[in-house]
Write a new protein. Structure first.
Length: 89
């Protein structure tokens, strides 16, 4: 059984949580300043996130505020993705 990682790149987490369709799109969003981690704007897709971090993402005319509830190594089903975050809106 695989052990969940302690931290993960923000672009991978956004993709695994199915907030974007591709990892490239996740990297572009993270690199362009549309993502905040714990209130601080980030500009690099390599920024690490941990369980408990609060992520604010500007997506398609909406803003989502999410708390990281889990990390996974591989992208899974929509049900698995929904368990990775708690919507704080």
């Amino acid at each position: 059984m695989a052990v969940a990682p302690e931290r993960q790149r923000i672009d991978r987490w956004l993709w695994h949580a199915r907030l974007v369709r591709t990892r490239g799109a996740a990297a572009a969003i993270a690199g362009s300043g549309y993502v905040r981690v714990n209130g601080a704007r980030i500009d690099a897709p390599g920024r690490m996130v941990r369980t408990g971090d609060v992520i604010t993402v500007a997506l398609d005319r909406s803003v989502r505020v999410l708390k990281v509830m889990g990390l996974v190594e591989r992208r899974g089903s929509a049900r698995t993705a929904a368990a990775l975050y708690e919507d704080l809106e």
